[in-house]
Write a protein that binds this ligand. Sequence first.
Ligand code: SF4
Length: 191
Amino acid sequence: MLQLAEIFYSVQGEGAHAGTPAVFVRLAGCNLNCRFCDTDYSLKFFAHADEVVARVRELGGACPMVVLTGGEPTMQPDIGPLIDALRADGRRVHIESNGVIALDLPNDVWLTISPKERLHPAQAARANEAKLIVDERVPLEWIERFAPGTPIFLQPEGNKPKNVVLAYDAVKAHPARLRLSLQTHKFIGVR
Ligand code: SF4
């Protein structure tokens, strides 16, 4: 049984897939307590994996991309069956994780790691992209934890001007390694 906060259909606003329509499945609960967190990941309902797939179909139709986010999706004991059920339904599964918990994933699952306090080496090695949150400072210390070919995005917390300037300057200072990721969905007032 999965613990969920919400399921909705929108457009990915961040990272390498910005602009891509996706159904978002927000799992409830998190193993961290970041001071800047503005996500409501409190438990709203329970569902089996096949019920989540049915809701994804209902909201997103044939939309190929499904993002499992949170909270922290890897905390859910049934995350594996959910991934399998979505893949069996023909979906491309993306996971957004803080990287604390190691989780074996099929090769076709896209893993976004946004490290906050601790980072499991296996998750850093598996990451398809890294998203570093710029919150009054640029957390450059995470860069060397990721393989040289892993795209690393700096994302200004809350699109706040001070954080945008910090991120903008940092990507220009590290042009071969860093990219800027803005929360573009917030520009148009959607989730
Ligand atoms: S890891 Fe993410 S969801 Fe969890 S508290 Fe931190 S910002 Fe919020």
